[in-house]
Write a protein of this length. Structure first.
Length: 223
């Protein structure tokens, strides 16, 4: 694996050091590194970019950016309805703009990995690795990092969160989650069909009852 990589040495060491459980599985680790190595220039750009520059990087992928922008707009509206001030609402907005940065790699929008008996969206795995790889030198603001690495983690949902990892969803990410689901279900592509607003609302309300979503965020979104 090391002989074939094209990443610069520092970036490679950062990524390798970030492959902690459950990503240190040899087979999975090799494939994830291969995915990052395949787009070495993009990987290095993400590892070295200033936080606001990540938004410009995402703009190079129209589909991903349009989704992130829509989620960010919805989430900012939720934040204001919940009484957050302008600064915190803008924090939610910026986190939304970068939350799916892992989708820039190989177009794996729906790919999932089975790890420790749980499914994890592959773009979140890639995003989590990149966030961790930045930590020693230039960590992202916590709201951005949490959104990238944890936006598919839901309290009480063992099908998504790892058994050994307690949900670590920040308030900002919890506000993003129903907005993320709303746009994904409203637009054809992720689910291969477009759901109606009533169908999406019912899904979110039921999810709020079972701990999938923050109830207050769901209420603010659908009212």
């Amino acid at each position: 694996m090391k002989d074939s990589h094209r990443l610069c040495e520092r970036a490679y060491r950062q990524i390798l050091a970030s492959l902690k459980p459950p990503y240190d599985n040899p087979e999975l680790g090799m494939r994830l590194l291969a995915d990052l190595d395949e787009r070495a220039e993009l990987t290095i750009d993400i590892l070295t970019a200033k936080p606001d520059e990540l938004i410009d990087i995402i703009k190079n992928d129209r589909v991903t950016y349009e989704h992130c922008w829509a989620v960010a707009e919805l989430a900012k509206g939720i934040a204001y309805k919940l009484g957050l001030d302008r600064e915190k609402a803008e924090t939610v907005y910026k986190a939304g703009l970068v939350h799916d940065i892992g989708k820039l790699f190989n177009g794996k929008y729906n790919a999932k990995q089975e790890m420790d008996g749980c499914e994890k969206a592959e773009h979140v795995i890639i995003g989590d690795i990149l966030v961790n790889a930045r930590q020693p030198l230039d960590p992202l603001p916590s709201a951005m990092a949490n959104a990238i690495a944890n936006h598919h983690d839901r309290p009480g949902n063992g099908q998504i969160s790892y058994p050994h990892k307690k949900p670590m969803v920040s308030l900002y990410t919890a506000i993003l989650q129903p907005a993320d689901t709303w746009h994904a279900m409203a637009e054809r592509g992720v689910y291969q069909k477009r759901f109606t607003e009533d169908e999406i609302a019912r899904h979110l309300i039921e999810g709020a009852k079972t701990g999938l979503y923050l109830p207050a965020a769901v209420k603010a979104l659908i009212e």
